[in-house]
Design a protein around this ligand. Structure first.
Ligand code: FES
Ligand SMILES: [Fe+2]
Length: 340
């Protein structure tokens, strides 16, 4: 059901301070805290005695004290004190998880710690480029299986119906789609030529009139979803064309962390090639994204419930080709991981 040997976002870095925070990821309960040296620790959120979540206990310096009978654990999961015992029981240990911080997020490695490797975190090009702007991003909990969200983020057509006041626009409902498959993901994309700008982007671009528009929807394992949009003066768009100097590029990064089979934590940020210091634009973009992602949330939560009903008929459309391919690629990776 889940791919374990990869990095998932556990939290926004800003949300983890010197305090115990509980999170569920891939059905596993974790406790996070920032140590006094600034490094984040992640432990299984269960005391080995009576499985009280350690997040219900206390943080004493960098030591986590269970709130039931006071067993104490350090950041490597070793028990360092057992006040009710004459000595520390040998089985008194909790699992720890590899953790690192990048792009403003806390990432956790959910698989074999021996395989944890920083280079496997998804690369965000231009992240340090001062000419690019970013939104503060956010996180949204969606009550649906994460693959309904990856489906949605490989589906450029839904904007024509779900996001009419933001991302939708002429050509988004019926322009043919191209699909490109990789070992670890899928890109569904299309160029739409000589159309009016959609409402979300119209105030941002630096040219007048109609545009050529790229919708590039990409998902990589386990659930990294990249939504790249280009708006460029008419006549300058196209797969083979070089990027015009007036082109507006926005990349929306959407990182999905499965909480369990029925819940997804959806983290995002937007990254764009102009107005790097304009906080009003960054806020306007983020507010627009929150509104649009809540539109998706309403749809996806209802789809999650609807698709559990096996008595009504179900069909796939041509627009599902990319997401069905992605599900196969992920399935293959999960099967391979489970086979060891
Ligand atoms: S449940 Fe933690 S010490 Fe008893
Ligand atoms: Fe959407």
């Amino acid at each position: 059901m889940f791919l374990n040997n990869c990095w998932y976002i556990a939290a926004w870095s800003l949300d983890i301070e010197h305090a115990l925070v509980a999170r569920t990821i891939l059905n596993k309960n974790l406790v996070l805290y920032r140590q006094q040296n600034g490094v984040v620790a992640i432990l299984e959120d269960a005391c080995p005695h009576r499985k009280l979540p350690l997040s219900k206990g206390r943080l004493l310096g960098d030591i986590v004290e269970c709130g039931y009978h006071g067993l104490q654990f350090d950041c490597s999961g070793n028990c360092v004190l057992a006040p009710t015992q004459s000595s520390i029981p040998t089985q008194a240990r909790v699992r720890t998880y590899p953790v690192l911080e990048k792009y403003g997020f806390v990432w956790v490695w959910m698989g074999d710690p021996a395989n944890a490797d920083e280079s496997k975190i998804f690369d965000i090009p231009n992240f340090e480029n001062p000419a690019w702007g970013k939104t503060d991003g956010g996180v949204l909990e969606i009550a649906c299986h994460y693959l309904w969200v990856t489906d949605n983020l490989l589906d450029p057509s839904h904007v024509a119906w779900v996001h009419q006041s933001s991302f939708g626009g002429p050509g988004t409902g019926d322009t043919p789609l191209q699909i490109k498959t990789f070992d670890d993901g899928v890109v569904v994309s299309r160029w739409i030529y000589n159309q009016a700008l959609p409402p979300y982007y119209a105030p941002l671009v630096k040219f007048d009139g109609n545009c050529d528009r790229l919708q590039h929807y990409e998902v990589r394992t386990p659930s990294v979803c990249i939504n790249r949009s280009i708006f460029t003066p008419i006549g300058t768009g196209g797969q083979e064309a070089e990027l015009d100097e007036k082109a507006y590029v926005m990349v929306s990064y959407n990182f999905l962390t499965p909480v369990d089979e029925n819940t997804t934590a959806y983290y995002w940020l937007q990254h764009y090639n102009n107005d790097p210091h304009d906080t009003a634009i960054a806020k306007q973009l983020n507010d627009g994204a929150i509104m649009a992602f809540n539109e998706d949330r309403g749809i996806l939560e209802a789809v999650h419930i609807g698709m559990k009903n096996m008595t009504t008929p179900k069909l796939d459309l041509g627009l599902d080709a990319g997401s069905l391919r992605y599900r196969k690629i992920l399935d293959r990776a999960i099967t391979k991981e489970q086979a060891g």
